[in-house]
Write a protein that binds this ligand. Structure first.
Ligand code: DGT
Ligand code: CA
Length: 573
C-alpha cells in the first residue's frame, strides 16, 4: 500500500506552504487530505484504479489528480518546486519543540539558517533572541528543543543495546522477583538501531520489581516511578521503560509492545473485521476476553499463525500469514560457519589458533579467514609470500582439528579502476575470495558501480564484502547503483555479504531481502578484528531473518564440505 507515502508528501507540502506563508485554507486542505489518506483502510492505488478517490472526504478533482501523480511518479511536481524554493531541512525544524512554521520562516529569511548546527550556533551567539517575535525566553526554549530533538534522533545500534538489555534481564531473573520477563519493541524485532529498551515483566510483587529496577547499577536517573510502569535513564544515556503486566495479559502485552506500530495497526484491522477488539490486555468479543495469555493464542484468535517478531513490520507478513505462506526463517542454530574474519596476518589481533578455538567454543564448524590484500598497507595487507605461509599454516591446523576447519580466504581490495589487488595466479590459489572497496569512496556512482561490478564479474571472486560501505551513524553508503550490482550478482551467481559487525550490518534488511528475492546467495561474515567480535554473528542472522531469509538462502548453513564445493563449483562454471 502506498497510502503512507502519499500522505507523507501531502504533509510535507502543507508544511512547506506554511513556511512560505501561504493561504491557510490551502494549507489546511493538504493536511486534511493527508489525514484522510493515512486513515484509509483501503489501498489508495486500488481506489485510484477504480476512479474512486474523488469520492473521499475533502478530496476534489485537483487533489485527486495530485494523488494520481504521486502514485505514477513517486513524487509531486508541486512538492519538488517547493523544495527548490525552501530547503527541506526546514521541515525537520518543525519537529523541534517551540518552533512553528512562522518562526522557521524568520530564521531562514533573516539569518539564512539551513542546518541544525547553524541554528544552534545562532542561538549560542544570541542572534536568535534579537529577531522580531523571538526574545530571550524563546531562544532558551529553542536550545532545549534542539537538545530534545537530537535525543529523539539519537538511535543506538542494536549491537550496543541488546547485550545490555540481556544483561539486565539476567540480573533481574537472578534476583528472583520476576516470573516472566522479556524485551519488546524494536530490540525484539532486531531492528538495526533502537531508540529505547522496552521491558515487560509479570510478577506477584510489582512494587518490589520497580524498586529493584531503580536500584540497578546501570540506572542514572529515575524519570517516572509507577505501580505498573517505570521509566529510567541508564548511564549510557538510553531510556528504559519497564511495564509489569498481569500474566493473563502477557501475550497480548508482548504482541502490543513488540510492534511495530504498522504491524499492530494491520492486526487490529483484522480483529475488527472479525468483530473482535484487540489491545495490550487481550482480545475481546464484546466484554468477553477470548485470548491474551500467550502470543500464539492472540494471533490464533484472529486467524493468524504466530508471526516471528523480526518480520512484524507490515512488509507483507500479514498477507503471507493469511495465505499460509510465512517463510520458515533461518535460525542461529542453522549457522555452521563465519564467512569473514581477520587474523594477525593482516590487521586482526587473533592468531589462527585463537580463531579456531573461539569457533569451537561457539559451536561453529568452519571459519573463513579473509585478511586484507597486499596494497592495503593501512590495514596490514598480506604480501604474497606471507599468503602462502598462511595457506600452509591453515592446512597444518586443519589436519589437527576435527571439529572446526579454517578456510583460506582473502578480502581482496577492489582498486580504483576496478581491478583486484592480487594477480590472478595468486587469487586462484585462495579458496575463498571476497572483494571489497576500501578507498576512493568519493568517486561518483558510475565509477563505484563499475568497480564493484567488475570485481563481481571476475571469475575468481566469490563474494562482495560490505556491499554498500555504510557505517551506522558514521558514514553514508557509497554512491552506488545497488540495483545494477544485484543484477550482476544474480546473473553470475556471486554471493553478497551480510557484514555482521554491529556498525555495518551491510547489506541491511531491505537490501538483503531484495537480494534474496533475486536468488542471490548470501554470506554472513562478522569481519571480526578482535576475537570477541565473532560473537556478533547473531546480528547477521537477525538481518537475514528480517529479510525473510530461509536456511537455503544462506551459505553459512552449508557444512564445511558443502561450502568448499560451492566455492569450487562457482569457479568452474
Ligand atoms: P523504537 O523504540 O523507536 O526503536 O521502536 P519501537 O517499535 O520499540 O517503538 P516504541 O518504543 O515507541 O513502542 C514500542 C511498541 O509499542 C511499538 O513497536 C508498538 C507499540 N506502540 C507504541 N505506540 C503505539 C501506538 O500508538 N499504536 C500502536 N498500535 N502501537 C503502539
Ligand atoms: Ca522501543
Amino acid at each position: 500500500m502506498k497510502n503512507k507515502e502519499v500522505a507523507e508528501v501531502f504533509y510535507k507540502v502543507a508544511s512547506l506552504l506554511e513556511i512560505k506563508g501561504e493561504n491557510p485554507y490551502r494549507i489546511r486542505a493538504y493536511q486534511k487530505a493527508a489525514q484522510t489518506i493515512e486513515a484509509l483502510t483501503k489501498d489508495i492505488e486500488e481506489l485510484a484504479k477504480k476512479g474512486q478517490i474523488e469520492k473521499l472526504p475533502g478530496i476534489g478533482k485537483d487533489l485527486a489528480g495530485k494523488i494520481q501523480e504521486i502514485l505514477k511518479t513517486g513524487t509531486l511536481s508541486l512538492y519538488e518546486e517547493l523544495k527548490k524554493e525552501i530547503p527541506p531541512v526546514l521541515l525537520t525544524f518543525l519537529e523541534i519543540p517551540s518552533l512553528g512554521p512562522k518562526k522557521v520562516k524568520v530564521l531562514y529569511e533573516k539569518l539564512g539558517i539551513t542546518s541544525l548546527e547553524e541554528l544552534e550556533k545562532a542561538c549560542l551567539e544570541h542572534k536568535v533572541a534579537k529577531l522580531p517575535g523571538f526574545g530571550w525566553k524563546t531562544e532558551e526554549n529553542i536550545i532545549k528543543g534542539i537538545k530534545l530533538f537530537k535525543e529523539k534522533l539519537g538511535r543506538r545500534p542494536l549491537g550496543e543495546v541488546l547485550p545490555l538489555a540481556e544483561e539486565i534481564i539476567r540480573v533481574l531473573k537472578k534476583e528472583g522477583v520476576v516470573e516472566k520477563i522479556a524485551v519488546a519493541g524494536s530490540i525484539r524485532r532486531r531492528k538495526e538501531t533502537v531508540k529505547d529498551i522496552d521491558l515487560l515483566i509479570t510478577s506477584s510483587n510489582p512494587e518490589e520489581v520497580m524498586k529493584k529496577i531503580t536500584e540497578l547499577p546501570w540506572v542514572e536517573e529515575v524519570i517516572a516511578l509507577g505501580e505498573t510502569k517505570t521509566s529510567v535513564r541508564l548511564k549510557t544515556g538510553i531510556q528504559m521503560d519497564v511495564r509489569v503486566v498481569e500474566s493473563d495479559s502477557w501475550g497480548a502485552a508482548l504482541a502490543y509492545f513488540t510492534g511495530s506500530k504498522a504491524h499492530n495497526i494491520r492486526v487490529r484491522e483484522l480483529a475488527l473485521e472479525r468483530g473482535l477488539k484487540i489491545n495490550e490486555y487481550g482480545v475481546f468479543r464484546g466484554e468477553t476476553k477470548i485470548a491474551g495469555k500467550t502470543e500464539e493464542e492472540v494471533y490464533a484468535s484472529i486467524g493468524l499463525p504466530f508471526i516471528p517478531p523480526e518480520i512484524r513490520e507490515d512488509w507483507g507478513e500479514i498477507e503471507a500469514a493469511l495465505q499460509g505462506k510465512l517463510p520458515e526463517l533461518v535460525s542461529y542454530e542453522d549457522i555452521k560457519g563465519d564467512g569473514h574474519v581477520h587474523s594477525k596476518y593482516s590487521d586482526g589481533t587473533a592468531s589462527l589458533e585463537e580463531i579456531l578455538l573461539k569457533a569451537e567454543k561457539m559451536g561453529l564448524s568452519w571459519v573463513a579467514v579473509c585478511d586484507h590484500s597486499q596494497g592495503l598497507k593501512v590495514a596490514g595487507g598480506v604480501p604474497i609470500e606471507e599468503l602462502f605461509k598462511k595457506k600452509r599454516q591453515i592446512e597444518e591446523l586443519n589436519k589437527r582439528s576435527s571439529k572446526v576447519k579454517l578456510i583460506f580466504g582473502t578480502e581482496v581490495d577492489i582498486l580504483s579502476d576496478g581491478t583486484l589487488d592480487y594477480p590472478d595466479e595468486v587469487l586462484k590459489e585462495i579458496d575463498l575470495v571476497i572483494a571489497a572497496i576500501h578507498t576512493g569512496f568519493q568517486q561518483d556512482e558510475k565509477q563505484i558501480t563499475y568497480r564493484i561490478i567488475s570485481a563481481l564479474k571476475h571469475p575468481l571472486v566469490h563474494a562482495l564484502s560490505h556491499p554498500t560501505g555504510r557505517v551506522i551513524g558514521e558514514r553514508e553508503p557509497y554512491a552506488l547503483n545497488l540495483q545494477e550490482v544485484l543484477e550482476v550478482a544474480s546473473q553470475y551467481s556471486k554471493a553478497l555479504e551480510i557484514n555482521a559487525y554491529y556498525k555495518r550490518l551491510d547489506l541491511n534488511d531491505i537490501n538483503t531481502r531484495a537480494a534474496k528475492e533475486q536468488g542471490i546467495p548470501l554470506l554472513i561474515g562478522t569481519d571480526a578484528h578482535f576475537i570477541d567480535q565473532m560473537e556478533y554473528l547473531p546480528l547477521g542472522v537477525a538481518v537475514a531473518r528480517r529479510a525473510w531469509c530461509e536456511k537455503k538462502d544462506l551459505l553459512n548453513t552449508l557444512t564445511y564440505e558443502e561450502f568448499l564445493n560451492w566455492l569450487k563449483k562457482l569457479r568452474n562454471r
